[in-house]
Design a protein around this ligand. Structure first.
Ligand SMILES: [Zn+2]
Length: 277
């Protein structure tokens, strides 16, 4: 065997070992980490600050604890504009993010925002540059003020003030941004996350388009809506806002939009309307 061929072989073997070995190592690390108990203080924060946590059935609570453990151990939290990230912030972000994937097969060892590397937290709303292209090709440079942004599969940006203010009242920026993240897992952020089968996509798009158009009509006509009118701006926002509503106003959503609730119930594999009040 000549040397260049040997080197090439070595590179191929090392790359294969990395692709197979790295996820296995991560799974083992996650499994070990998820077995460690959650500190009592963290549980107290969840009880005090997260309404949905108080409604969670015991078995799901235990699973959420494991997810929080792994999430905080693995993801980087970065404070921006001078914000110092505390354990309290980490726990709340991890808990809401974890809620969305709680019943996914393999969680927390697998399928736990695997590509996500960092969560950036600003003290308050933050400004991002934005350019607007009109029909004539004219580009206007502007700015947008945001409370959260799903940047790509590596980063999510959040405003702590918005997490604190809203918690789970009406708008929950953590549920919203992580729903965008899940929507993006199948490459496109289009209001349909990875659903597995063609039948599932068909059922999803039928209900979603119907509900989306109905919401647009209601908003245009000035009729009151359960979903925040922001959901009518584009399908991706519809999915993110519907996700917030699914967890926060579960029973109302199930009663007033049963088809939509059912699609979300299937996707998240959770039935929050059945959890205690
Ligand atoms: Zn959004």
């Amino acid at each position: 065997m000549d040397l260049p061929f040997f080197l090439l072989l070595l590179v191929v073997v090392a790359t294969l070992a990395w692709f197979v070995g790295a996820p296995m190592l991560r799974q083992r690390r996650r499994a070990a980490r998820s077995r460690k108990a959650l500190p009592q203080e963290w549980r107290d924060w969840l009880e005090r600050d997260m309404t949905i946590y108080r409604r969670l059935p015991a078995e799901l609570r235990e699973r959420l604890h494991a997810v929080i453990r792994v999430f905080i151990d693995e993801k980087r939290f970065v404070g921006c504009n001078g914000l110092e990230v505390t354990d309290h912030m980490r726990v709340l972000v991890a808990a809401y993010a974890g809620l969305l994937v709680l019943n996914r097969p393999g969680v927390p060892d697998r399928q736990l925002y695997d590509d996500l590397y960092a969560i950036l937290i600003y003290p308050g709303a933050f400004v991002v540059p934005e350019s607007h292209h009109d029909e004539t090709g004219l580009v206007t440079e502007g700015e947008r003020v945001l409370s959260g942004q799903t940047w790509d599969s590596r980063r999510i940006i959040l405003s702590w003030e918005d997490i604190e203010l809203a918690r789970d009242e009406d708008h929950n920026v953590v549920l919203h941004e992580f729903a965008h993240y899940l929507d993006m897992e199948d490459e496109t952020m289009d209001g349909a996350p990875g659903l597995g089968s063609e039948e599932a996509y068909e059922a999803w798009s039928e209900i979603f388009w119907e509900e989306y158009e109905r919401l647009q009509d209601d908003v245009d006509a000035g009729r009151p809506t359960l979903l925040d009118p922001y959901a009518a701006t584009e399908p991706a926002e519809f999915f993110a806002v519907a996700t917030e509503s699914f967890f926060i106003h579960s029973r109302e959503l199930a009663a007033r939009h049963p088809g939509l609730y059912e699609q979300l119930r299937r996707y998240y594999r959770l039935d929050p309307a059945s959890w205690e009040a």
